[in-house]
Design a protein around this ligand. Structure first.
Ligand SMILES: [Zn+2]
Ligand SMILES: [Zn+2]
Length: 200
């Protein structure tokens, strides 16, 4: 990836980190295998975690939450599926275990611990410098060494479309029908459902 692009994606995310580097690499692979930025909805991305790298995917591929062509599955995996709607070509990229750790145990452990680091939770023992070096090392790896590329069926869960909203019978707020939960015969939004369940 060219340096200016990298600056832009770092600016978008707010910092450079190993997670962002993973996302940059996933987006590069997607652009190579699936095609250019999604102008509208012709490319759909399914991300299986909400880690830093998802920002790179949104920025570089044009698949965004707002457009509805970015879907988050809360599986906690560094796995990214890209689907080209025109012909149904789909690939799933799975970060290989330890694909980006060095041979020595210390850096491998560091790799495992920084991989899913959340904003603000970065541990002090990992200096900024180490963090940045780790990110640069990821960017320097051949994409296929970093990711296993799987050909998958192009099943798109919960495509963006207009859903009916109904009123939660507890708080009165409108909620998408697919998010309604039933509790004792009442139609509730998720927070009200969870509050009701705790009282049971
Ligand atoms: Zn980050
Ligand atoms: Zn409610």
């Amino acid at each position: 990836m060219i340096p200016e692009d990298q600056d832009a994606v770092v600016q978008f995310h707010g910092h450079f980190c190993p997670g962002l580097a993973i996302g940059v690499c996933a987006a590069e692979l997607a652009l190579r295998e699936i095609g250019p930025r999604a102008a509208d909805e012709e490319v759909v991305a399914i991300v299986e975690s909400d880690m830093c790298g998802v920002d790179a995917i949104q920025f570089m591929t044009g698949c965004t939450f707002g457009k509805g062509n970015l879907i988050h599955l809360d599986y906690g995996k560094n796995a990214f599926t890209f689907i080209r709607c025109s012909d149904g070509k789909a690939i799933r990229l799975v970060l290989r275990p330890q694909s980006w750790g060095n041979e020595n145990d210390e850096s491998r452990e560091m790799a495992a611990r920084t991989q899913n680091v959340e904003e603000g939770s970065r541990e002090d023992e990992f200096s900024e410098d180490l963090f940045r070096k780790r990110g640069q090392a990821i960017l320097a790896l051949p994409l296929e060494q970093l990711f296993e590329v799987q050909a998958v069926e192009s099943r798109i869960p919960g495509r963006a479309r207009v859903r009916e909203s109904i009123q939660c019978e507890a708080c009165g707020e409108m909620v998408m029908e697919t998010r309604v939960r039933l509790l004792g015969g009442r139609k509730l939004c998720i927070p009200c459902f969870e509050a009701g369940e705790r009282r049971l």
